[in-house]
Design a protein around this ligand. Structure first.
Ligand SMILES: [Zn+2]
Length: 110
């Protein structure tokens, strides 16, 4: 069975969130270390960030990158950098955000 887009996104959210946990376990000090994300420009925690070639991406953008790769939206990190100004990726961002809101709402019900 092919995985649905929703399943892939949910899986990536878990994987990418785990990166933050792993980073903090390995080096608790980075909880207080920040950098400017090359992708979204936000000042973000080093925990869960990843270096892709010339760019260091915050955990939010890592989620976008990994989800985009997993869904075949793009194959190169440069495509994500270019696509950050692209409406289609905005839609993907919104979609992921909505998924997160939906998940939070579900968690709150429990
Ligand atoms: Zn970012």
């Amino acid at each position: 069975m092919e995985k649905s887009q929703e399943e892939i996104i949910e899986e990536m959210q878990k994987v990418v969130h785990q990166m933050v946990i792993d980073d903090l376990e390995e080096n608790p000090d980075i909880a207080n270390e920040y950098f400017d994300c090359d992708c979204c420009g936000k000042n973000a925690s080093l925990a869960g960030s990843i270096q892709y070639g010339d760019y260091r991406l915050c955990n939010d953008c890592v989620l976008l990158a990994e989800t985009g790769f997993a869904l075949g939206k793009f194959t190169d990190i440069q495509d994500l950098m270019d696509a950050m100004e692209d409406k289609r990726l905005e839609e993907l961002c919104k979609f992921i955000k909505n998924e997160e809101i939906r998940k939070t709402q579900l968690e709150n019900l429990n």
